[in-house]
Design a protein around this ligand. Structure first.
Ligand code: FAQ
Length: 319
């Protein structure tokens, strides 16, 4: 990167702030403060890693899907998540970092990925509940991020949200089907809702007062809504869906507030959240090992691709 004089850099900073204030998108070739670049790399790559690690809990059920239609749908969903991850790695690379470095950060535990994927998928109902609640929460977060101030991330979100909507619908269809099923199926889906509800609320991150990055990200328009605002929106959307499906959300303190028109909810177990984020969730070690093993067993593919690219380069040079 070229060194700027103090005058040049304050002019550029001013232009950048003006672009943000005017709601214009910042594009890869625009000047941006180093801190803005770093924050975006952190957030978008964490999102990419989440999509990739997020394939594991559901991938676990592909061979055990109850019928051919469900198997095809689940396979397509898991493939979509891989596509989202690759798309988001590309968006991160526009900020001047190489993908191999990002992958290294995930595999060495330097970079985070979403807490939600450190919980186990114990029954088929979990596949329905993940689609409904986890993809549902992702949609609320990502619809807001579709308006983010960084162009490549914003465009990625528009496309990804379309697919997440389909994921949510397939999940809700499984949930409603099981909730109308045999007593065993009803118990299975209720047990799954009991296990996934609170971790889904944690996906939105710590509450605003404990979120060190939010202030800066909101000021730069990277985040359009705070963690708590999005969490509340998710709860407001989901409570009626739970009632319609015939399942109970495991929170005795859920109450509708006529004045604010919000569904108020009970306290979140932040101790559990931070434990999971710091590597001590039920499946953290298993997830990391799965990614590390996949990376080392894929080494020959990377080597072959590099050898092919070199060969093509030599051919072009010789022509
Ligand atoms: N898990 O200051 P904040 C999906 C960390 S995609 C783990 O509030 P920020 C699709 C945070 O990184 C799901 N860590 O942070 C799918 C920070 O640590 P750092 C992923 C978390 O960035 C469905 C520290 O805590 N979505 O589900 C979490 O302002 C089904 C302090 O927090 C995205 O990544 C967490 N839940 O806000 C795939 C969306 N929350 O980095 C497969 C984009 C916080 O300073 C199957 N990201 N932390 O060391 C975001 O919207 C934001 O980054 C937040 C966190 C809201 C996640």
């Amino acid at each position: 990167m070229t060194e700027l004089t103090l005058e040049e850099s304050s002019e550029k900073r001013e232009l950048f702030e003006k672009q943000i204030q005017a709601g214009e998108k910042i594009e890869p070739k625009d000047w941006m403060p180093e801190r803005f670049r770093k924050q975006l790399i952190r957030m978008i790559s964490q999102h990419a890693h989440s999509e990739i690690v997020g394939m594991l809990p559901e991938g676990n059920w592909i061979t055990r899907a109850p019928n051919f239609r469900r198997k095809k749908t689940l396979l397509a969903k898991v493939q979509d998540e891989a596509g989202h991850g690759l798309y988001l790695y590309c968006a991160t690379e526009t900020l001047g970092i190489d993908r191999s470095e990002l992958v290294e950060q995930l595999l060495t535990g330097k970079a985070k990925y979403s807490s939600i994927f450190n919980y186990p998928t114990l029954s088929w109902a979990d596949i329905g509940v993940i689609g409904w609640l986890v993809d549902g929460a992702a949609i609320v977060n990502q619809t807001s991020l579709a308006k983010t101030s960084y162009g490549p991330y914003s465009r990625a979100m528009v496309r990804i949200c379309k697919e997440e909507n389909f994921h949510k619908k397939q999940g809700y269809e499984i949930v409603t089907g099981l909730a109308k099923g045999t007593p065993e199926q009803r118990d299975m889906v209720q047990d799954s809702v009991n296990r996934w509800w609170w971790p889904s609320l944690m996906m939105f991150g710590p509450s605003d007062k404990d979120s060190p990055n939010s202030k800066e990200l909101l000021a730069w328009g990277v985040k359009r809504r705070s963690n708590d605002e999005l969490r509340q929106r998710f709860v407001n959307l989901t409570v009626p869906q739970a009632k319609a499906a015939g399942v109970t959300l495991p929170d005795p303190e859920l109450r509708y507030n006529e004045e604010t028109q919000d569904w108020e909810f009970g306290p979140i177990n932040w101790e559990e959240f931070w434990q999971v984020v710091s590597g001590n969730g039920p499946c953290n070690r298993e997830r990391m090992k799965a990614r590390q093993d996949a990376h080392s067993s894929g080494a020959w593919v990377r080597e072959a691709a590099e050898a092919y690219a070199e060969k093509q380069q030599r051919k072009r040079a010789a022509a």
